[in-house]
Design a protein around this ligand. Structure first.
Ligand code: PLP
Length: 415
């Protein structure tokens, strides 16, 4: 199945051998066109011995069991979203969480290993999402982080390294990291210290429609499902696609730490996947147009968009199927001019978050990356006057008219 078909059809409980052939004749029973939402927190059982078997399987991190037992161990609605997402990423499995940060937390706990052989060191490349930067930098989960340039990942690996963390395209500068090159470095660095070092890619900005990191040599792919996967700004979630072996560990951590995706969220995210290819491509077409127009506007200092950076276009062609629909830009006149642009908009919503059907704008230094130290922010290229624009499905001429009038007014008052 091609990606559009998988997006619409995956994990919906439909017969895989054709509707007519799987019909059981006289026992005709309707198969719901839309899978149900299972909100049950607990599940009754007939025999103690068989429910105990299910319990054992789930405690060992199994994908499912005949009896889900308790909603912190398994939920069928959430599992459907996980199965569909895994198929879209070309992964064996996926594990969903309450938010992108809950997913990252579970991954850091899993990767740092057991008490006897702790590997709390993480090698990471800036910039990453502000919350991720904060979680890694504060060490609140016992993490020790080395922030390095992408070409120094291999050198930074130590015997106690448990994970390499990259984000591409990166929030909010849209900088790209070469996933294959980082994978090669992680394998070389791992060989040097005698361990296999997993690489995770936060692929939130790309979605599975534009980039599949596992095919490029990454071990795990992380998404803030709150963004494009949901796509309508009404559900929070996070998900990690990976091998079944990693999924077992992540399910075990989720079970004991409880960062669960609610079944209603699982339902909405599964539904969101159906329109993901269409939304991503249409929003991307709008973003390409706006990035071009912004680049030639007199009030704009620079535009950041995959393909616009030095040597970027070769990498976009190699690891992505398009630049996506988030861009950032700097206006002439600094922070006050940037604030004037945001405040002058009439249609585009000033708000954090991204990937929704409506267009959102915000200044990362002020909001999403506020938790990152000012010096670290500046080093990572997140200047105070940078604006991040997540382009939606509105008519692109309406979006441009709004940006243009706000830029013109900010430019006039700055001049
Ligand atoms: C928003 C975001 C996160 C965090 O996800 P939440 O769902 O808000 O917890 C992580 N990574 C990236 C790239 C993000 O944009």
């Amino acid at each position: 199945m091609r990606i559009e078909t998988t997006a619409v059809r995956a994990a919906r409980g439909e017969p895989t051998d054709g509707w007519l052939r799987s019909d059981s004749g006289s026992n005709e029973r309707g198969i719901p066109h839309v899978p149900g939402i299972d909100l049950s927190t607990t599940y009754g059982f007939h025999r103690s011995s068989s429910v105990a078997e299910s319990m054992d399987a789930l405690l060992e991190g199994a994908h499912d069991a005949p009896n889900p037992v308790y909603a912190r161990l398994h939920n069928p609605t959430v599992a459907r979203f996980e199965d569909a997402l895994a198929q879209l990423e070309g992964a064996d499995a996926a594990v969903a969480f309450a938010s992108g940060m809950a997913a990252t937390t579970a991954l850091l706990i899993s990767a740092s290993g057991e008490a006897a052989s702790r590997r709390p060191h993480v090698v990471a490349v800036r910039p990453v999402y502000g919350g991720t930067d904060h979680l890694l930098s504060t060490g609140m989960l016992g993490t020790q982080v080395s922030w390095v340039d992408a070409d120094r990942v291999g050198d930074a690996i130590r015997p106690d390294t448990g994970l390499v963390f990259i984000e591409t395209p990166a929030n909010p500068t849209l900088e790209l990291v070469d996933i294959e090159a980082v994978g090669r470095q992680a394998r070389a660095g791992g060989a040097r210290v005698g361990a296999s070092i997993p690489v995770v890619v936060d692929s939130t900005f790309a979605t599975p429609i534009l980039q599949n990191p596992i095919a490029l040599g990454a071990d795990l792919v992380l998404h803030s499902a709150t963004k494009f996967l949901g796509g309508h700004g009404d559900v929070m979630g996070g998900v990690i696609a990976c091998s079944e072996e990693w999924a077992v560990r992540l399910r075990q951590v989720r079970m004991v730490t409880g960062g669960l995706l609610h079944p209603l969220g699982g339902y909405l995210l599964h539904r969101g996947l159906q329109t993901l290819p269409v939304r991503v491509r249409e929003q991307q077409a709008h973003a390409i147009e706006l990035a071009e127009r912004l680049s030639s506007h007199e009030a704009v200092r620079s535009v950041h968009f995959p393909g616009y950076g030095e040597g970027d276009s070769e990498l976009v062609a190699r690891q992505m199927r398009g630049p996506g629909s988030v861009l950032s830009f700097r206006v002439k006149g600094g922070v006050s001019a940037a604030a004037a642009v945001v405040e002058g908009l009439r249609l585009i919503t000033p708000a954090v978050s991204l990937g929704s059907v409506d267009t959102l704008i915000q200044a990362p230094a002020l909001l999403t990356h506020r938790v990152v130290e000012a010096d670290d922010r500046a080093d990572a290229g997140v200047s105070d006057d940078l604006l991040r624009l997540s382009v939606g499905l509105e008519n692109v001429e309406d979006l441009w008219a709004d940006l243009e009038q706000a830029l013109a007014r900010a430019w006039a008052s700055a001049a």
